[in-house]
Design a protein around this ligand. Structure first.
Ligand code: CP3
Length: 345
């Protein structure tokens, strides 16, 4: 058995520059894999799969077995947290998530953090089961949505083009919206902490909609909660790395890196890697365009090699800049891993 500290992912997240960066992909489990669709066909819906630990553990491990990734990421969803706080959630086939929107302070009365971790216990059971079956040398990553991104889905009731409901609440009633963000910050700390206790060896904070905020709001709703989460986790679980993913943060990724205390930064596809490697001191993760993986061929091979060159001599983890797209051919993923690990002269 490879000791924890020798798992390539944990060495890279701990600041070590490896000859070849370890690799995992956001949304590496999912509809692009026939073996996932087969399991999914046995259960009613996506949330039923998230709440069935044996099946969720199986789909977590499928891509690790097929492609030989260096990490497994827990199969669950960021929206199980709002649901466990008391907000009804559904996933409609082909439409994405639907929540009953909460757009003002009065709506906060519908939420309760008491017993949150009991309601999320199937998630921790999945973590325990995956941990017990993890292949040698493979690390287990837990995750949560960040408070701002969770608040976006909670106020918009699903996806959004302009984020008018959540921003309007934040701007018009900073105290009331701040109470939601504080509640979510506490929920995220508890949720990540329980995943770590159950066996997660690193955790990622997904702030998928960080990029829609101007500077002051970005600091208040993205950076400050991430700092509180990092401080609490480091105090409770020293040595367990936290990867921050402030997607679309643009220039503000530098202040996010400096002011949150996250141990590593996941970069979206738009972040120039040369700049990031020179400017950011923490280990980096990313950032191949998911569409490059979908396209395959020379574009894929060149994209993988360019990222590997940019990371040469630096602590880094290979990943996409966002999740694997559902139409991605699995052979392209195998090709990505093969090209990444090929000897370079
Ligand atoms: O990365 C992984 O493989 C682990 C599992 C995982 C899922 N969602 C499974 C999933 C993780 C880490 C997430 C995170 C997540 N979920 C985010 C943050 C990352 C990002 O994409 O920005 C967000 C915003 C969500 C919310 C969410 N879940 C949406 C908007 C959707 C619908 C879009 C879609 O692709 O259908 C989901 C559904 C979802 N989450 C699926 C999977 C495998 C597809 C469900 C199915 O099987 O039909």
């Amino acid at each position: 058995v490879v000791p924890r500290s020798e798992k390539p992912l944990l060495r890279a997240l701990g600041g070590e520059a490896l000859a070849c960066p370890p690799v995992w992909l956001m949304r590496q489990a999912g509809r692009y894999l026939p073996e996932y669709r087969a399991v999914r066909a046995h259960v009613g819906g996506f949330l039923d799969l998230c709440n069935a630990p044996a099946l969720a553990a199986e789909v977590t491990l499928q891509p690790v077995r097929r492609f030989g990734f260096d990490a497994a990421i827990l199969f669950s969803d960021i929206l199980v947290v709002p649901q466990a706080l008391g907000q009804p959630l559904e996933f409609l086939e082909g439409e994405g998530p639907k929540l009953d929107p909460i757009t003002n302070t009065a709506g906060l009365a519908r939420l309760s953090i008491d017993g949150l971790e009991d309601r999320l216990s199937p998630v921790y059971e999945t973590v325990r089961r995956v941990k017990a079956e993890l292949p040698d040398g493979v690390a287990l990553i837990g995750f949560s949505g960040a408070p701002w991104t969770l608040a976006c889905y909670m106020a918009e009731g699903g996806g959004s083009k302009d984020f008018a409901a959540v921003k309007r609440w934040a701007y018009a009633d900073p105290a009331g919206f701040g109470a939601l963000v504080d509640l979510l910050t506490e929920a995220v700390i508890g949720h990540l902490s329980r995943q770590i206790v159950a066996g997660a060896e690193a955790v990622q904070l997904f702030d998928s909609w960080a990029g829609v905020l101007a500077e002051e709001a970005f600091t208040r709703y993205v950076t400050v909660p991430a700092r509180r989460i990092a401080e609490a986790l480091h105090a409770r679980h020293p040595g367990v790395p936290l990867i921050g993913f402030p997607r679309g943060a643009g220039l503000m990724i530098a202040s996010y890196a400096d002011n949150t205390g996250v141990d590593a930064l996941a970069l979206d596809t738009t972040v120039p890697l040369g700049w990031a490697a020179r400017t950011l001191t923490v280990p980096l993760q990313g950032n191949l365009d998911p569409v490059c993986l979908l396209a395959g061929g020379e574009a894929l091979r060149n994209g993988v090699r360019a990222i590997r060159r940019a990371y040469a001599g630096r602590a880094a983890v290979f990943n996409l800049g966002h999740g694997v797209l559902p139409r991605t051919p699995p052979e392209h993923v195998a090709e990505l891993v093969r090209v990444l690990r090929e000897e370079i002269a």
